[in-house]
Design a protein around this ligand. Structure first.
Ligand SMILES: [Zn+2]
Ligand SMILES: [Zn+2]
Length: 229
């Protein structure tokens, strides 16, 4: 397991890497893309891999993320960089792996089978015209996974996931005040505090992801929210 505790912490770490690797002229756009995916573990895992692995002296930044395939919480994504390279990533809620570039295709037979591609030829055909590919968005195709941290139904969220329901007040755990009142603190940023919070949460009984937790979070258009939330 990696050492990150919360989505916010992951984002801060990525921002540090970005200070060194992102060319000034693209800094604003790259930061905006990071902001867009700040509550999305898939996007954050990819960014973390990309920006932490940039070879020293190389400057580049991700311009956009394209969705090639997704299945059971595993995403095949293309990260198009400003220098024109299309990186191919395999991502789930635990991490991201760089597979190569889009022009090399997906030589791994197991991955081709998993995502339902006949062969590398048919995969390469998909990547020929990037304008035909949909951009990767946070919105899930179905609700069997938490839209933010990709926990499955019945699984616990990654701590810091904005979808997690507070076991004390049934509100949104990242928004309500329970985490502060329970620890009797005003801020939670120390590792020890986060650990203590996790203990308290476990003792109270954390609420695992359920499909009905998803819609309220997803509705960008709050006025039109007809969910039972
Ligand atoms: Zn979640
Ligand atoms: Zn609460």
């Amino acid at each position: 397991m990696d050492s990150f505790k919360t989505l916010q912490e992951r984002k801060e770490t990525i921002k540090l890497f970005m200070e060194y690797g992102v060319p000034g002229e693209f800094a604003e756009q790259a930061a905006a893309l990071l902001d867009k995916f700040e509550t999305d573990i898939i996007g954050l895992n990819l960014f973390h891999n990309f920006y932490s692995c940039l070879p020293e002296g190389t400057e580049d930044a991700i311009q956009k993320l394209l969705l090639l395939a997704r299945k059971q919480g595993v995403f095949l994504l293309c990260a198009s960089s400003f220098s024109g390279i299309n990186y191919l990533y395999l991502v789930n809620n635990e991490g991201a792996v760089l597979l190569g570039t889009l022009t090399e295709g997906l030589p791994d037979r197991e991955l081709l089978d998993f995502f339902g591609f006949k062969d590398n030829e048919s995969f390469l055909a998909l990547g020929k015209d990037l304008s035909c590919l949909e951009e990767y968005e946070i919105s899930p195709v179905d609700r069997s996974l938490c839209p933010a941290c990709q926990a499955g139904v019945g699984e616990y969220h990654i701590l810091g996931c904005p979808v997690e329901v507070c076991p004390w007040c049934s509100g949104q755990l990242t928004r309500c005040n329970c985490r502060f009142t329970r620890l009797d603190v005003e801020n939670i940023d120390l590792e020890s505090q986060i650990e203590k919070l996790q203990e308290r949460l476990d003792a109270a009984g954390r609420i695992p992801y359920a499909k009905e937790h998803s819609p309220g979070y997803l509705s960008d258009d709050v006025s039109d929210d007809n969910s039972e939330e």
